[in-house]
Design a protein around this ligand. Structure first.
Ligand SMILES: [Zn+2]
Length: 394
């Protein structure tokens, strides 16, 4: 079975309404603003009990949500209750001062590099750029070979920051990361096509999904496509297509990709952004040739047939992520059916978010696992755009 039906549920049948979605985005942003204001007070030491490590991550921390609120308020005209731009630097300094060196994660989605990328986005003087470059060099040397902690994440962060700021100092670090990512992309006993090996928590895996594996690494190389040589571009297209086709599993007209080629236990099929077809779809969104298109379409039909995830509305392992898979197919094919499917998942995701809000009384701050990611997804559906925050732009 290529997905577990118990992890999926029936789609909410409420129709899409653009006006309702726009006002939902505004009210969720205001609720996030209220929570974030409190969160920043606790981060700055005025209130006890906040987990400093979690708050350092772009993935689920307060600074990632501050970045989302600043960007989304620029786009929606919503005024925020605090000047988060001015609060970013002291909050970052304060968090670091509370942590021992060994407790500071360095990577893009789960550490210091993501926070420095946020600071560099909003810092006109770019006083943090040297620190960003220094941390990038350390991240490039790490053994995980994936987006969250290691060289592919450094490559993605530097490429997106270059797109945003045009700073020339980033080019050598992009070149260094490209060399590392290509050097680690190898044919092995486990896989006849080229793949990366991740060393995570002392064990080796060959993961295929977006968050920790092959798909995320392809995204990082595609983000730096303009910096690749002609031979590197040819190699990327050939190897990525071969591995995508060579690692797919088929059953009863459906397709998916297993978590890892070498996982012993547990190894399973998941159908969410971080592991499984949705993440492969979003990471191949900008793939420059059409040899992967028929397989991506099969994957999209599988995600739709499975129905929404029961778990959550966020985009790492929830319905916003699966909805972005449909937006990616809409962008590649121009077929409005995929946009309609994304909107159906947006309606369902909002229903899930509201249900969680009624239970807990507050919105979830995280970009990848909370309501700021949902706001981006709803906005993407309203604009019919497939680019994902922090993965396709900063
Ligand atoms: Zn996840």
């Amino acid at each position: 079975m290529l997905f577990d039906p118990h992890r999926h549920e029936r789609l909410q049948e409420k129709p899409w309404n653009s006006g309702e979605m726009e006002s939902a985005v505004s009210s969720i942003l205001l609720e996030l603003d209220a929570s974030l204001h409190d969160g920043f007070l606790s981060l700055s030491g005025d209130r006890p009990g906040h987990d400093g490590l979690a708050s350092l991550s772009l993935y689920g921390g307060a600074l990632g949500t501050a970045w989302s609120l600043l960007r989304l308020s620029e786009q929606t005209g919503l005024s925020l209750s605090a000047n988060y731009r001015e609060m970013l630097e002291p909050t970052y300094e304060h968090q670091l001062s509370r942590l021992a060196d060994q407790d500071v994660h360095l990577g893009y989605l789960h550490g210091k590099l993501g926070q420095l990328a946020v600071l560099c986005c909003f810092d006109e003087t770019s006083s943090r750029i040297d620190e960003f470059l220094q941390v990038s060099r350390a991240v490039i040397e790490r053994p995980e070979n994936e987006l969250m902690w290691a060289a592919p994440g450094a490559l993605l962060a530097a490429s997106l920051l270059y797109q945003r700021t045009g700073r020339k100092e980033l080019v050598p670090i992009i070149d260094l990361a490209i060399r590392r990512v290509f050097n680690e992309w190898k044919v092995s006993d486990e896989s006849p096509t080229a793949i990366w090996t991740q060393v995570l928590y002392g064990k080796s895996y060959q993961l295929l999904g977006a968050a920790h594996g092959f798909a995320g690494n392809i995204l990082s190389l595609l983000s730096a496509f303009r910096f690749l040589s002609e031979p590197q571009r040819g190699e990327l297209i050939k190897r990525a297509s071969e591995t995508l086709h060579g690692s797919v599993s088929r059953d009863n007209g459906r397709v998916n990709w297993i978590q890892s080629l070498t996982f012993k236990q547990p190894n399973k099929f998941l159908l969410q952004w971080c592991h499984g077809a949705p993440g492969l779809l979003t990471c191949f969104r900008a793939f420059p040739t059409n040899e992967v298109d028929s397989l991506l379409l099969e994957a999209g039909h599988t995600v739709w047939a499975a129905g929404p995830l029961t778990k959550t509305h966020g985009f790492c392992h929830g319905n916003a992520g699966n909805g972005y898979a449909f937006l990616s197919l809409f962008e590649r094919t121009g077929d409005e059916e995929w946009l309609d499917r994304a909107k159906a998942f947006a309606v369902h995701s909002l229903w899930q978010s509201n249900r969680a809000f009624e239970r807990s009384g507050q919105r979830q701050l995280g970009l990848y696992d909370g309501d700021s990611g949902l706001c981006w997804f709803l906005m993407s559906c309203l604009r019919a755009e497939a680019k994902m925050p922090s993965l396709d732009f900063l």
